[in-house]
Ligand binder design. Structure first.
Ligand code: HEM
Ligand code: HEM
Length: 242
């Protein structure tokens, strides 16, 4: 498949699936909260089903967010593996990366099924660790020097917070003192801010990713720091025009 199309897969999935889902989940979350506060003082007109809706769609949201993070990581890591011919130099490394993708997906699937707190903790931690290890691989555009506006760090933290929410669903329901509920609200408000940040930083990053035929030219622009001074660039001779 064309490399440029592959890069679009992640933003497409974010815009068409994840953000609409966030809209509905947050709308239901607001209704759950209003309903709970209103029933403390009497009757509420909001139907009780909003709680179920929020959790069911929340479960989908966790899967969707982990899914798009994995898609983004897979596109960048595989691009770097192909560009640097890692497969022939370090086949073991490539196999290990494939294995970690499998661990991430299977531990998330097991987290969906797990009931006892210990197993929920274990599978949530495994999913999180697998994501972070994948995020440390070559080819990921992390922008660590500007971590506070980095699409990568925001996205990773948001995904980890969604995994956490999925892991504590039972705790939220069982805790009569509502401490887990408060933790969930705090964590989710932060996640919501990060999602807003993803909308901004993601569209910005999309501007920065050159089309594959432009890449050698754009690399030269950066190498010669053309953003600071006027310069003329010449793409490497090996490059073929489209
Ligand atoms: C951006 C995402 C999310 C936001 C902003 C959010 C926010 C909230 C809020 C405000 C409440 C109501 C708390 C109250 O009663 O005062 C709530 C309840 C709850 N949330 Fe979320 N949440 C999000 C995602 C999730 C996810 C991913 C899950 C798990 C899969 C989840 C599971 C729950 C559960 C189990 C409840 C209790 C529902 C009930 O009382 O019936 N939430 N959430
Ligand atoms: C919930 C929303 C989102 C999450 C959790 C998320 C997460 C991520 C993560 C973790 C990466 C990995 C960084 C890398 O591989 O280099 C990434 C890459 C990327 N994301 Fe997102 N993202 C989200 C939404 C968006 C949106 C809305 C757009 C654009 C409209 C977008 C555009 C991109 C682009 C272009 C890259 C590749 C950057 C590059 O390789 O140079 N993302 N995203």
């Amino acid at each position: 498949m064309n490399k440029d199309l592959l890069v679009l897969l992640h933003p497409f999935f974010a815009v068409v699936v994840v953000f609409p889902l966030i809209g509905v989940v947050v709308n239901r979350a607001w209704q759950v909260r209003q309903r709970r506060l209103q029933t403390l003082q009497g009757k509420s007109k909001i139907p009780p089903v909003v709680g179920q809706d929020h959790v069911q769609l929340g479960r989908w949201l966790t899967g969707a967010v982990v899914g798009i993070v994995l898609v983004a990581l897979a596109v960048d890591i595989s691009g770097s593996i192909l560009d640097n011919q890692v497969w022939s130099k370090e086949p073991f490394k490539v196999a290990l990366i494939g294995l970690i993708f499998a661990v991430a997906i299977s531990s998330l699937v097991l987290l969906y099924q797990a009931k006892p707190a210990l197993w929920r903790g274990i599978f949530a931690t495994l999913t999180g660790i697998a994501l972070v290890v994948l995020g440390c691989q070559d080819g990921i555009y992390r922008k660590t020097d500007q971590w506070y506006i980095s699409h990568y760090y925001y996205g990773m933290i948001a995904a980890l917070l969604m995994i956490f929410s999925l892991a504590i669903v039972q705790n939220i329901y069982q805790d009569r003192k509502n401490r887990w509920r408060s933790v969930h609200i705090a964590v989710s408000c932060l996640a919501l801010l990060l999602f807003l940040g993803q909308g901004i930083t993601g569209t910005r990053d999309l501007l920065e990713v050159p089309l594959s035929w432009q890449e050698p030219y754009v690399q030269k622009l950066y190498e010669q720091q053309c953003e600071m001074k006027p310069c003329t660039i010449q793409a490497p001779a090996v490059h073929k025009a489209p």
